[in-house]
Design a protein around this ligand. Structure first.
Ligand SMILES: Cc1cc2nc3c(=O)[nH]c(=O)nc-3n(C[C@H](O)[C@H](O)[C@H](O)COP(=O)(O)O)c2cc1C
Length: 204
């Protein structure tokens, strides 16, 4: 693939919080997940676990929990920033047609523990690689994906009754976006700007 095409895909990828009600074909969702599983993983452990949240009751519970967690986190801000924070929509939980809770199976037996002795957290990083791969694949299909992290992991795990060795990583909202955005919404709204490369490099 020419670099310009890859760069264009990376530039197009957005965190989406505004979804159309149009459903997403189940076969397409499956294809996206299979694509996400092409991600690298420590020792080839493939620890990503996808919980397809189909229960309307569970979705409503999580949306309510997110709203409470979002309000609670608002206590960290004051003045104009607090007003801006309150106005931010930080999830499409109530509208997205597809909801996927992503976990890392920290007891994954695939890979036989290879590479995990010194840095056990690499298992979770591997699952995050799959999330990013899914994000890009969704973008390539004209779908939008939103990562919701304003949730208590223990609450999510209890609501979904997941195995104890699974660690909650992300709640993903997937669907067709209301509009295409050129820039991150948080940039457009004046919350944060893109960092220049120089700010992120340390030379020794
Ligand atoms: C680990 C992680 C957690 C995130 N959690 C949230 C979230 O809870 N709510 C939200 O609206 N966006 C969330 N985001 C999306 C970021 O706000 C977004 O990636 C960033 O503003 C840059 O915008 P872009 O993804 O459109 O380029 C999260 C992103 C990452 C990588």
């Amino acid at each position: 693939m020419p670099f310009v095409e890859l760069r264009a895909l990376l530039e197009q990828r957005r965190d989406v919080r505004h979804f159309r009600s149009q459903p997403v074909d189940a076969a397409l969702v499956e294809r996206l997940l299979e694509t996400a599983m092409l991600a690298p993983s420590v020792g080839y452990s493939q620890p990503w676990r996808w919980v397809m949240v189909e229960s309307e009751v569970t979705r409503a519970r999580i949306a309510e929990h997110h709203e409470t967690a979002k309000s609670r986190a608002g206590a960290h801000y004051d003045g104009e920033q607090a007003d801006l924070y309150r106005s931010l929509k930080l999830s499409g939980l109530r509208e997205a047609p597809v909801n996927i809770a992503v976990f890392s199976d920290n007891g994954a037996t695939r890979g036989h523990g290879l590479g995990r002795q010194t840095m056990p957290e690499t298992v979770e990083w591997s699952a995050v690689m799959a999330i990013h791969t899914l994000w890009l694949a969704a973008t390539a299909e004209g779908l939008g994906l939103g990562w919701v992290s304003i949730l208590e992991p223990d609450y999510v795990a209890a609501a979904l009754q997941t195995p104890p060795e699974w660690r909650f990583l992300a709640w993903l909202c997937l669907g067709y976006p209301e509009e295409a955005r050129q820039r991150p919404l948080l940039e457009t709204l004046g919350w944060e700007q893109r960092a220049p490369l120089a700010e992120t490099i340390l030379r020794r």
